[in-house]
Design a protein around this ligand. Sequence first.
Ligand SMILES: Cc1cc2nc3c(=O)[nH]c(=O)nc-3n(C[C@H](O)[C@H](O)[C@H](O)COP(=O)(O)O)c2cc1C
Length: 357
Amino acid sequence: MGVKELASYDIDRDYYYNLENGPRLVVEKVKGLRNEPVEIFGKRVDFPLGVPAGLLLNGRWVRAYNHLGYPVVVYKTVRTCEYPCHPHPNCLFVKTDMLDPYDLPDVLVAPEGYEPERPERVTITNSFGMPSLPPEKWQEDIDRVRQELLPGSLFIGSGVGTFSGTSWELKRDFARVAAMLKEAGVDAVEVNFSCPNVKNGEGSIYTDADFSAEILEAVRKEIEDTPLIVKVGFLMGKKLTEFVARCAKYLDGIAGINSLQARVVREDGSPALGEGRDRSGVCGWAIGKCAQVFVQQLAEIRDGIKADFVIFGGGGVTDAEGFLKLKSLGADVVMVCTGAMFNPLLSQEIRGDGEDI
Ligand SMILES: Cc1cc2nc3c(=O)[nH]c(=O)nc-3n(C[C@H](O)[C@H](O)[C@H](O)COP(=O)(O)O)c2cc1C
């Protein structure tokens, strides 16, 4: 079986097919999982392992992965309005070596027909555009599934503001989506700042510490004492220090990294995802070193300012070794997305105590 067939998400079909029919799983329950309880936001969580925003397209996906041994589950990013998905294809395999955090390439290649040999080596580009069901649909879905999660779980809802003209409106929309997530009954709200920064035209919100803090202040006011997490892309050095200095007071957690933006092309240099979609996010194995640098630096900054936000560290974890590495560098919870997509039983490799599935 190729790695494609092992995946819970069928990358040959479109997002709506996967939303309605997924996840594709060979096994639905695993036995013999070791617990290593941690306390997060005052809740006991059985093991510091989770699936970040993205793979868990709806309640069925959230439940399925939770029951496979991922106690921390994040519902895919939602909006205050219905929003369409980018056209198919949304995921392609990228052929690359491990990326060097200090010398990131601007262009990566997704050769036509290329498929990695092993799930541990999968790197993909993904481009969905953060589609969303209308709020009444996702709120009902969240409310239903939260009652079906295993004890010892943490259920996070991810939201993003939708730009409709001004940065003030965007800020208000972030606050609104956070309030809707809270109302639906999640344990914690995550705001996704790794989306285009409409204020400065270029870059992403997380690269603008002042605007990030402004939005977080508005969200915090709206959701009061509900735990608040911010999801960011790859930052390091001064930029990361500045982000934490401005934003930490509003936060209970920082999640990262998101996929790395790059120009992804076919071997002939044409845009791999089609015209007009030149840049897309790259995730999976090849971004592992970037995630390690990010988590290590974030943990050092946190220690330096004696803050106590929770680090949801992820990026490029595709095996038990990758999990242990991020944990040792300071992640309180390790999040696996591409790794869990192509190997849904990664939870067993990480938590297994030798018993059969
Ligand atoms: C199929 C897919 C969809 C994603 N969608 C989202 C999303 O909606 N919101 C978000 O914050 N991150 C999204 N991500 C990014 C992941 O949460 C994660 O940060 C990134 O993939 C890096 O982790 P990984 O290397 O383990 O995949 C998505 C990733 C994938 C693979």
